[in-house]
Design a protein around this ligand. Structure first.
Ligand code: FEO
Ligand code: CA
Ligand code: CA
Ligand code: CA
Length: 503
């Protein structure tokens, strides 16, 4: 057989220790540039960068690694709404506040996503403030619907709760609507069914209308990981980030055509949505036409839960439960290993089951066929005091197959009780093969109250983009701002996107 070399895949940095410092702390030899903060101007029309940056995705211009577009998600306001709407945070919990129509407009504009043009000039990454590509897709932007549940509305206003996402094989961005119900409630929007979808945006066409692809189902979408199956079909892995929710994959009906460019977007309109049963190692098709369990499912009054495929897609959680899918400990990112095709799943935690630190599961599709119906899995790495990380969330691979994982210990638990040893949230490097397989080394630490989200490398892997989300969030005590990052002094903390260099 083949002889495997005994690679060790040691990190090319000296690992840092957990810290509570109010800064982005990096190993010696690395630095970060703040590229864009909440409120920065991003185009000549005066549109501004949104709040609580999350997923980032770099799209090179002319294949360059020092010039391109960055798509950035803007997830939520939460406690930090006072930055946007001027609440007196010492005396008013935003949730109790009656928002004026103007405040609701500001709220919705601050969420969604931004397209920004960025450039590295003399070693420093900078935002192009008057870019022709600069664009906001927000809670106020018109979207069209595609797929089997498109009939619920001719068009939909807005996207929000955009958590993580992914890039397509045709250079557009997928952005995931996660905890949409909070925004629907805060802004008293009429129809929650318009949200909880995966949207597609073409950052290179500022006039394009974003799409909501209903074939990918409706739930609290975390991210998407797209891969081409040996059958030529497109596969999209997805998780529903809530306690005891499920892991999904979408398989396109037709095959990917590299010559078709952006027309491949049609592949996200017709296909099969599967949900995972980890006990049996099987993917179950959420297909109303062929799955009797969906036809037989009834509510408490004995009425059918679903009467069409649209019903199934709109109510994925109920459908998954009806077909016996396996409830999971909050599936966050799923990512496909660039070398062996195994699928990594970050299960962040689930206090309902005493899982406080989370783990990363590695799933192997049978015959490495991502479009197939069977799989096996193993626990790749478990969080905890021994491994040094807790609450894994977003992940990215480098081209050598090393995993870069960010953590999301909530700001109400951070530096407290069992989470005290971990310090602030961080970024961890975990080799997936060799002697150090599964062993985490800490690469970065976030400012106080923040989590780092959306790790993404440039093609040359010399820059790592990250968002610094919710610096200063302090859910234990709303009256105490805890961070002044990035400006320091007495400045109000600002969620921002950074570029780390030194690799
Ligand atoms: Fe918005 Fe699942 O994190
Ligand atoms: Ca988050
Ligand atoms: Ca997340
Ligand atoms: Ca999280």
């Amino acid at each position: 057989g083949l002889e495997t070399k005994n690679h060790s895949f040691k990190p090319k940095f000296k690992e840092i220790h957990p810290t509570t410092k109010d800064d982005v702390v990096l190993p010696d030899g690395f630095k970060y540039d703040v590229i864009a903060s909440y409120g920065d101007k991003i185009n000549a029309a005066g549109d501004t960068f949104g709040f609580n940056s999350d997923f980032t995705c770099f799209l090179p211009i002319d294949g360059k690694s020092d010039h391109g577009l960055l798509w950035v998600n803007h997830e939520y306001l939460g406690e930090l709404e006072y930055y946007v709407n001027g609440y007196d945070y010492l005396h008013a919990d935003p949730d109790d506040n009656k928002r004026t129509p103007e405040q609701i407009q500001k709220y919705l504009y601050a969420l969604g996503g931004s397209v920004i043009e960025i450039k590295k000039v003399q070693g420093t990454w900078k935002l192009v403030a008057d870019s022709k590509y600069g664009r906001r897709v927000s809670g106020l932007t018109r979207h069209v619907l595609t797929g089997p549940a498109a009939s619920i509305a001719k068009e939909v206003t807005g996207t929000f709760a955009n958590c993580s996402g992914g890039v397509t094989l045709w250079n557009t961005v997928l952005s995931c609507e996660e905890n949409y119900m909070d925004v629907v409630g805060d802004c008293k929007l009429p129809d929650a069914k318009h949200y909880g979808w995966v949207i597609e945006v073409d950052p290179f066409d500022p006039k394009s209308t974003p799409k909501k692809h209903t074939a990918l189902g409706r739930f609290s979408h975390e991210n998407t990981a797209m891969v081409l199956a040996p059958t030529g079909q497109l596969v999209v892995y997805m998780g529903d980030d809530a306690k005891d929710q499920y892991v999904y994959k979408y398989v396109s009906k037709a095959k990917y055509d590299p010559k078709a460019g952006k027309n491949n977007s049609k592949l996200l309109e017709e296909g099969t949505l599967y949900v995972a049963n980890f006990g049996k190692g099987k993917w179950i098709a959420l297909d109303y036409a062929t799955n009797d369990a969906l036809k037989k499912a009834v509510n408490g009054e004995g009425k059918p839960l679903f009467t069409s495929q649209a019903d199934v897609l709109i109510n994925c959680r109920e459908a998954s439960k009806a077909v016996g899918a396996t409830p999971m400990d909050r599936p966050e990112d799923l990512e496909v290993h660039p070398i062996d095709g195994s699928v990594f799943i970050a299960l962040t935690n689930n206090d309902k089951h005493g899982n406080f630190y989370g783990q990363i599961v590695r799933l192997f599709e049978k015959d490495n066929n991502h479009a197939g119906g069977e799989f096996t899995f193993e626990i790749f790495a478990a969080g905890g005091p021994q491994s040094g990380f807790a609450a894994p969330d977003n992940m990215a691979f480098d081209s050598a197959g090393n995993l870069w994982v960010v953590t999301d210990i909530s700001s109400s638990s951070m530096n407290n009780g069992i989470y005290k040893p971990f310090g602030n949230n961080g970024v961890f490097f975990i080799p997936t093969s060799g002697n150090n397989q599964g062993q985490a080394a800490q690469f970065a630490s976030a400012p106080v109250g923040a989590e780092m989200t959306g790790p993404w490398f440039t093609p040359d892997e010399k820059t790592l983009f990250l968002s610094v989300q919710h610096p200063g969030e302090n859910l234990k005590d709303y009256s105490q701002p805890t961070s002044h990052w990035p400006k320091g002094g007495n400045a109000v903390a600002l969620p921002s996107v950074i570029a780390i260099t030194g690799f």
